[in-house]
Design a binder for this molecule. Sequence first.
Ligand code: HEM
Length: 363
Amino acid sequence: MARDRSTPALNWRGTPVSRRSILIGLGAVGAFVAVDLGSVAFANGWVGGGGAFTRQTFVDGFRAVFGNHPGFRKNHAKGVAVTGYFDGNGNGAELSSAAVFGRVRTPVTGRFSLSGGDPFMADTPSAARGLGLAFGLPGADQWRTAMLNLPVFPDNSPRGFYDRLLASATVAGTGKPDPAAMAAFLAKHPETAAAMAVIKNHPPTPGFADSTFSGLNAFYVVDAAGRRTPVRWSFTPLQAALPSTAGDDGLFDALVRQLRTGPLSWRLHLVVGEPPDPLTDATLPWPPERRVVDAGTLTLTGAETEAPGNARDVNFDPLVLPPGIEPTDDPLLSARSSVYAASYRARTGEPKSASAVQVGEVS
Ligand code: HEM
């Protein structure tokens, strides 16, 4: 696919990055911003792990490992925006008072992505596939979630994530990570070694369209009487995927092509946790026999090149939750909220370049 890498600047490029200037600038590009910088953990730069370990440490770490790519997400930099809707079937209302679980259609803004901070990376099955979803119109109580096509997450602490990020940096000259650095990391992090063994047993499917996307962190759903139930959620595909094509954008191009032939759908499964299922460790799977509530169907109807006003300018902060869904004490959640806001704040203050995935150029 041809790429236009020219750098049209946003009109507020270069203005000092203050919270106020960002809010003013973003007011012009989309109505999603009200909560984007109001991230729960943003006021507190500390993300856990001790010392001067802050959201900025992560932003600097992503830049050190993947290079500086102004205007793009510091992780999951390569992506495409999508739109659609979610049809709740009412089953979820047994567990949660969230409006989205009623028998109701809710508009959805989303983004498919690949893990890593290089917005022009070649598509590869070894990169985790991401799906960010924002349910509900701006201004309403939104539910946002950012999920992966993995069965568990490799890390159970922000420090683990950060140290693995640094251990996976490619070494100048070889173009590959230093095997000794990763071996040393895994020796100190048996939870990651175990999670990677689980991940290896779930090889990726051929494409985005047939991937199961899972939230991995546990949350509480809360019903009208205040009863709290731990859950993890997954979106399971209702179609096969068109085969990935040759070229650096083969996975994304196949998705765009498939969306032109008709909508793509996933069922929302709420997996109900039972004691002693871990609620604060995303590296550990829950037993496969747990009860699953099918809460409705996500339908994605179209893809768009990342642009002002679509998912490009949404922060899929996992702590943006409506009444009826609450966070657990999983330390990844508050860290994610804080770091996503820092990445969002950085990228929205930087000049923009065209994204690699240009929907109009996919033939
Ligand atoms: C401490 C752990 C983690 C850190 C530091 C981290 C960091 C980041 C950052 C900086 C971004 C870009 C945010 C933006 O600019 O909008 C991002 C995006 C993303 N992350 Fe994470 N992440 C973590 C854990 C997770 C987990 C557990 C999941 C899945 C369960 C996940 C899934 C995603 C997805 C799907 C995106 C792309 C969302 C989008 O399209 O905007 N991440 N992550």
